[in-house]
Design a protein around this ligand. Structure first.
Ligand code: SAH
Ligand code: SF4
Length: 428
């Protein structure tokens, strides 16, 4: 989400004649876009600001701006700890950056705006013209779920869906700029409720069918969905809509029903198993990845074993897993937490090791197979092209640059821990 926000900020600033530099020494404006999901983000922010303090001495006109969820969480307090900061903006006010920059330049002093104006941001941002082969499109913002450990509802505000027309128009513009893959973005995309042009409400599966109709878009993904409203209608979309890729990221957090309850996640591990079983019925090749929180307050060995059992049952393809991090003012922050940090670290290592065995197993099964790849660009190293398989793996292979943006069939010849290598057999 921050990647998307940062890209939109960069687009907007281009209109002010500000261009990105890779060299922070020559910057006239430095923006730190922050994440507050886990603690330490605020500490990292202040350390970084400390390191950059000397820039202000050599270039007093250099403007420092802090955005994102730490800005939203800390607001004015950022200025009291770091006087070098000129602008503090939140995830819902970054469209106001141009005015804020202007006021600082006019000498009107520090600008702080971490409010949540509704439905203002997207109408004020310039059209999203990413020229990437794969582009994000925000379909909803914020979250109204209040899982007991999570800070997002406080920093990004409550759930708001963008209208169907706005989303479809953005996707068509991106397609015209060269995008072939769209990743629909939101905290809980399956809770999407946007208005149609006739005023009726469109739910997430309906939106998928509408996006699927757009010519020139070959692949469709979404991030992040939630087991809470993973309806049969949505599962059916995986059966019907061939452009939806074979990789689904569906965060479960824990395999223990007791912990899920304490987390305020209103489903059980068996509900999750049932969703995955029904998905596999309509899309047997689907690869499932997930988020896990290890060491939630009071998590016992038995609770943790339930999580490992769920992992073995589902055979997750990948995971983003972290040790529980206490976030101020969330309900879980006041829960007793007798679990020693060493135990949490051991559990995390075991969990990651287990998931990795499945990751490698799935990759090895791909050796020798023919895979459809969407060519996204040049590989960062060497003179190879790179792209993604339908199950989300990066593949590198030789080929001419004019294949960028097209679908090719690649025979997988080598399996590496984090990528695949192959040879093109045909382009589509
Ligand atoms: N909306 C998505 C996830 C958003 S946050 C969902 O509900 O699934 C991304 C991930 O960060 C979460 O899935 C969770 O695994 C992790 N996370 C959130 N708060 C956390 C905390 N306090 N400590 C550790 N991990 C956390
Ligand atoms: Fe956080 Fe829960 Fe909302 Fe996801 S659904 S963003 S974990 S509160």
């Amino acid at each position: 989400m921050n990647e998307y926000d940062s890209a939109r900020i960069a687009d907007m600033l281009k209109n002010l004649n500000l261009h990105r530099t890779e060299n922070s020494d020559e910057a006239d404006l430095i923006i730190l876009n922050t994440c507050a999901v886990r603690e330490k983000a605020a500490e990292k922010l202040f350390h970084q600001l400390g390191r950059w303090k000397s820039y202000k001495e050599t270039n007093p006109k250099c403007i420092f701006a802090v955005g994102g969820c730490v800005a939203s969480e800390e607001g004015r307090k950022i200025r009291s700890r770091a006087r070098t900061v000129d602008i503090v903006f939140g995830p819902q006010t970054y469209h106001r950056l141009p005015e804020m920059i202007e006021r600082v330049e006019k000498g009107e002093g520090p600008q702080i705006d971490v409010s949540f104006p509704q439905n203002e941001k997207f109408s004020r941002l310039p059209a999203n013209r990413s020229n990437k082969v794969s582009s994000f499109v925000t379909i909803m913002e914020g979250c109204s779920h209040f899982c007991s450990y999570c800070i997002v509802p406080y920093t990004r505000g409550s759930e708001i869906s963008r209208s169907v027309d706005e989303i479809l128009d953005e996707i068509k513009t991106l397609r015209d700029c060269g995008s072939r893959e769209i990743n629909l973005l939101g905290q809980n995309v399956n809770c999407y409720r946007g208005v149609n042009s006739d005023g009726s409400i469109c739910n997430f599966p309906e939106l998928l069918y509408r996006v699927h109709e757009i010519d020139g878009i070959d692949r469709l993904k979404f991030t992040t969905s939630n087991p809470i409203e993973f309806t049969q209608e949505l599962i059916n979309a995986f059966g019907d809509l061939k452009k939806i890729t074979d990789a689904l990221h569906l965060p479960v957090q824990s395999g223990s029903d007791r912990i899920l309850k304490l987390m305020n996640r209103p489903y059980t591990a068996d509900d999750y198993r049932d969703i995955v079983a029904r998905l596999r019925k309509v899309r047997p090749e689907i690869s499932i990845s997930s988020d896990f929180i290890v060491g939630f307050p009071t998590e016992t060995d038995d609770d943790f074993e339930d999580t490992l059992k769920l992992i073995r049952d589902i055979r997750f393809d990948n995971s983003f897993s972290f040790i529980y991090s206490k976030r101020p003012n969330t309900p879980a922050a006041s829960m007793e937490d007798p679990v020693p940090s060493e135990t949490k670290k051991e559990r995390l290592a075991r969990l990651q090791q287990l998931v990795e065995t499945y990751t490698m197993q799935y990759s090895r099964e791909m050796h020798g197979t023919l895979q459809e790849i969407l060519v996204e660009g040049k590989a960062p190293m060497g003179n190879l092209l790179c792209g993604k398989t339908l199950n989300g793996r990066t593949a590198n292979f030789e080929g001419p640059d004019d294949l960028i943006g097209s679908l090719v069939n690649v025979r997988i010849t080598e399996v590496l821990p984090h990528s695949l290598k192959g040879e093109i057999e045909s382009s589509k």
